[in-house]
Design a binder for this molecule. Sequence first.
Ligand SMILES: [Zn+2]
Length: 110
Amino acid sequence: MPPEVLRTVNHSLLEYLGHIMISESTINKVRELPIEEIIRPYVKLSKKGSSLMGLCPFHEERTGSFSVSPSKNLFHCFGCDRGGDGITFIMEKEGFPLWTPSSSSRSVTR
Ligand SMILES: [Zn+2]
């Protein structure tokens, strides 16, 4: 591939990544939101004790094993073992990476 073509490809790739990567300030804003507010548009949640339960959006199921802990600001599915914070949820649900220097050091539990 001639270098100028390569440059064009790299440029559009960067532009593409710029569109799908959400800025760090957006991520910080999402982190400040209560996790149930992030998940509620996707999952119908009902209160069970100190947690909220619903049908997991990541795997097929009829009984809810998807649990949201508002006090810890974390979600966890006992069926498919996915879990994490609001950022992880959006990443998993929307299927795009939100890696930033600050979030890449955090461990994401699946
Ligand atoms: Zn699940």
